[in-house]
Design a protein around this ligand. Structure first.
Ligand SMILES: NC(=O)c1ccc[n+]([C@@H]2O[C@H](COP(=O)([O-])OP(=O)(O)OC[C@H]3O[C@@H](n4cnc5c(N)ncnc54)[C@H](OP(=O)(O)O)[C@@H]3O)[C@@H](O)[C@H]2O)c1
Length: 236
């Protein structure tokens, strides 16, 4: 039995990933800022709703305590919660805009990872999937021919670059874990109404990465500390 926690799983990619993993037999904790909304999302897919706001230390600590008491371990952590922040042009971006996006995408990811590392350490096959974005790729954003170079998103893109470096740092520190950053695709969700792919299709890749320690994209020896999309590596 694999126990999995997904942050930000009330809708979009997180909810669809929860649905697929619960269907595949994982015990899924579906993280929700609003517990009632989480319960409504979790019930039809056979997941367990858990109150979890990644920006709130008390909420994250309580969630870790809850999973420890109920499941005793955690095998897979999917750090999915993320916000885009403002699309204002760079000249208009303020420090407050940056702080707000980093609070969720960067500090929130570290808060959750820090709280759940001791539980992951009790797993025989611990996996962390950090949902990043190709918008965090310095290579793509500095290539004028790439789509990512057209995103006017100082806060969001740099927050995902930070997620990538955090992934590498954790992967170096915890070689017994499979810790990777992923670009899930261009998904039609509330976050990205212009997305071209379905949440179902993109969640399939997250599911493969969640199983990275056993039968992930490249088999049992799946590397750690990588940045991947469904087709292969994303340039840093
Ligand atoms: N959509 C894309 O094309 C795309 C592309 C690349 C990467 N991504 C990444 O994929 C991830 C999921 O995106 P999505 O498209 O599924 O977005 P979405 O539909 O907007 O869903 C975002 C989820 O994050 C939750 N969330 C926001 N702030 C939170 C917080 N402080 N604590 C806990 N949960 C919080 C939301 O919960 P509430 O319901 O409570 O608001 C919601 O469940 C994000 O990390 C995003 O950056 C998306």
């Amino acid at each position: 039995m694999t126990t999995t926690l997904i942050t930000g799983a009330t809708r979009g990619l997180g909810l669809e990933t929860a649905r697929q993993l619960a269907g595949a037999g994982h015990t899924v904790y579906l993280g929700a800022r609003d517990l009632k909304q989480g319960q409504e999302a979790a019930k039809p897919i056979g997941a367990h709703a858990i109150q979890l706001d990644v920006t709130d230390e008390e909420s994250v600590q309580a969630a870790a305590k809850h999973v420890r008491a109920e499941a005793g371990t955690l095998d897979v952590l999917i750090n999915n919660a993320g916000i885009s922040g403002t699309w204002n042009p760079p000249a208009e971006i303020t420090a407050a805009d940056m702080e707000s996006v980093y609070a969720t995408n960067v500090f929130g990811l570290v808060r959750v990872t820090h709280a759940f590392l001791p539980l992951l350490d009790t797993s025989s096959n611990p996996v962390i999937v950090n949902v990043s974005s190709s918008g965090g790729s310095l290579t793509r954003c500095s290539d004028p021919t790439s789509l990512e170079a057209t995103f006017p998103m100082v806060a969001y893109c740099s927050s995902k670059s930070a997620v990538n470096m955090i992934t590498v740092q954790y992967a170096n520190a915890f070689p017994q874990m499979r810790i990777n950053a992923v670009h899930p695709g261009s998904i039609a969700t509330d976050f990205n109404p212009r997305g071209t792919q379905s949440a179902e299709e993109c969640a399939e890749f997250i599911v493969r990465m969640a199983d990275a320690g056993t039968n992930g994209p490249t088999g049992p020896a799946t590397p750690t500390g990588t940045f991947l999309e469904a087709d292969g590596p994303v340039p840093w």
